[in-house]
Design a protein around this ligand. Structure first.
Ligand SMILES: OC[C@H]1O[C@@](CO)(OC[C@@]2(O[C@H]3O[C@H](CO)[C@@H](O)[C@H](O)[C@H]3O)O[C@H](CO)[C@@H](O)[C@@H]2O)[C@@H](O)[C@@H]1O
Length: 553
């Protein structure tokens, strides 16, 4: 199954001057196109990460390969040969997304979508050629592939992206596959006793009319009383289940939280799938996938972060696509939403810590955070607001936060807000990516809005500079308003309210690059805010997809 193509090797420079937008600690291939994360898993001391890769160029091509990298710490990654290449009748037109499952006896398997010789989307099974190879470098397709064929009545290109499977008490494995019929998004449910013979359950696990095709579904349990993750097959009264679907029509990952009963194959969500529904990330982020990490009993999430520059730019750069920094993901105490946080291993890359406590940020002021490499940084800042009765009165119900953030961009003064960070800023602030909050009140209730404003992120035209926005479900009377932002040359990943609201953006500064980039805390509101705590670090370059002795990672 392994292709003869190698992914190539990354140069040792973080961002050479002709590549100011390559990242230092985000996962990306040495060159060419990458989209969805595939089959992340932990096996015998090694983390495996596969991804959709076009080895022949920096643009999407349906003839996808599965590239494969391994890591011992989720930070430094070693590239291996492709795991799957489109070579067999069941995947000759492309090896598309899929997931790994660890079967009893510690046997990893992968289910992935193949585009067969008739361009039908079918589901294929693959196993490692040699389980004693610590890096599982070669994978072989099951001789009876495909194991799941296109269902009757479904269009040939509307059936893809199998999830990690889960095992219920009846001894049957379950897997869901994304689909649509007449614009109704569907998660088809298949069951199997042996992982080879699969039959479709009479009803889908879930479906919602009018949502279009569901890509890259994910279905997993989350604990109701702990931040720990659990294996995908765990089912008991102490877990709820999450169904995540990628809506192709909007390139957004939405999720539902609910109760799953395997005996009835019923999933009853507590929230609705509408365009205002919960999202993992309210910026540029798609096709994500989670896996259970038994080493630290946590669930880890990674998602594809596409470029915001043009195809011509991607051809000039020679690459396209990043993965988000791995995030731990768990159910919030209120059980109404998920929380995400960069995995703690990022500390391995921290240096030059800078900290500030209890600094008043007057209305209309900025404060430069010096002493760190602002183009490669991890920043945590918490704001404390007093005199909240002075907050602007505004009924935010029915308001689209993204539209509001683009109309009320970082230059528009309010009372409480905008305040936050100016990342990847040039010395004259001509270039800046502003991640900020605004606080409003209505009938004694407060609303916290978080925005990521890319409108001044680059002097260049022809970029997607969409401003993103979302609400943060916190009460500023009780809670400080916290922001954590990972800055890595062309990606700005922000976590508001302790990870309750995440926004990721891609930016391409021309002035604020390398050592010329600066970082500021700012408050353009009229009311002052207190920076109760700020910690910021330079983030060292990780060894990502640099060929080396594998055992050293
Ligand atoms: O690589 C195939 C897998 O990617 C997914 C989700 O990302 O489907 C991709 C899809 O193509 C669109 O997305 C491309 C990047 O992912 C984009 O560059 C292309 O122009 C888009 O059409 O593939 C089909 C056919 O193009 C389209 O319906 C999808 O959105 C996932 O579902 C695949 O397994």
């Amino acid at each position: 199954m392994a292709g003869s193509h190698h992914v190539g090797s990354e140069s040792s420079l973080a961002s050479p001057s002709d590549q100011p937008h390559r990242t230092a600690f985000h996962f990306q291939p040495p060159k060419n196109w990458m989209n969805d994360p595939n089959g992340p898993m932990y096996y015998n001391g090694v983390y495996h990460f596969f991804y959709q890769h076009n080895p022949f160029g920096p643009l999407f091509n349906p003839q996808m390969y599965w590239a494969h990298s391994v890591s011992r710490d989720l930070i430094n990654w070693t590239p291996l040969n492709h795991a799957f290449a489109p070579t067999q009748p069941f995947d000759i037109n492309g090896c598309w997304s899929g997931s790994a499952t660890i079967l009893p006896g510690n046997k990893p398997v992968i289910l992935y979508t193949g585009l067969d010789s008739e361009h039908h989307q079918v589901q294929n099974l693959a196993v490692p050629k040699d389980l004693s190879d610590p890096y599982l470098q070669e994978w072989v397709g099951y001789t009876g592939n495909p194991v799941i064929n296109l269902p009757d009545g479904i269009q040939h290109d509307d059936f893809r992206d199998p999830t990690t499977a889960w095992l219920a008490n009846d001894g049957k494995w379950r897997v869901i596959i994304g689909s649509q019929k007449d614009k109704k998004g569907i998660a088809f449910l298949y069951r199997s006793e042996d992982f080879v013979n699969w039959s479709m359950h009479e009803s889908p696990l879930y479906e919602v009319a009018g949502t279009g095709i569901w890509e890259c579904p994910d279905f997993f349990p989350v604990c109701v009383d702990s931040n720990n993750g659990v294996d995908t097959s765990v089912m008991n009264s102490r877990v709820k289940h999450v169904l995540k679907v990628g809506l192709y029509d909007y390139t957004r990952d939405y999720y539902l939280i609910g109760s799953y009963t395997p005996e009835k194959e019923s999933f009853v969500p507590q929230n609705e799938l509408t365009l205002d529904a919960l999202r993992y990330d309210y910026g540029k982020y798609y096709a994500s996938k989670s896996f259970f990490d038994p080493v630290k009993n946590r669930r880890i999430l990674m998602g594809w972060v596409n470029e915001s520059d043009s195809e011509t730019d991607c051809i000039a750069k020679g690459w396209s696509g990043l993965q988000s920094f791995p995030r731990s993901i768990w159910l919030d105490q209120n059980q109404k939403q998920l929380v995400q946080w960069p995995i703690e291993e990022i500390k391995m890359l921290h240096e030059n810590e800078v900290s500030i406590q209890n600094m008043n940020l007057e209305g209309g002021s900025i404060h430069e955070i010096v002493g760190i490499t602002a183009s490669q940084a991890d920043v945590k800042i918490s704001f404390k607001l007093t005199n909240l009765e002075k907050a602007e009165e505004l009924d935010m119900s029915g308001i689209d936060p993204q539209v509001f953030c683009s109309e009320m961009d970082a230059s528009k003064k309010g009372k409480f807000g905008p305040f936050g960070l100016l990342a990847l800023a040039s010395h004259d602030l001509f270039e800046q990516t502003a991640i900020f909050f605004r606080v409003f009140q209505n009938n004694g209730r407060y609303t916290v809005l978080m925005c990521s404003d890319q409108s001044r992120s680059s002097t260049r035209n022809g970029l997607d500079k969409t401003t993103y926005g979302a609400f943060v479900d916190i009460d500023p009377q009780q809670d400080e308003i916290s922001l954590r932002t990972l800055i890595d040359h062309s990606i700005v990943e922000s976590f508001g309210g302790g990870g309750k609201t995440c926004i990721t953006a891609r930016v391409y500064p021309t002035l604020a690059i390398g050592d010329d980039a600066r970082l500021f805390a700012f408050n353009y509101g009229t009311e002052s805010v207190l920076i109760s705590e700020l910690s910021a670090w330079s983030v060292k370059k990780a060894r990502i997809n640099i060929e080396e002795t594998i055992g050293c990672t």
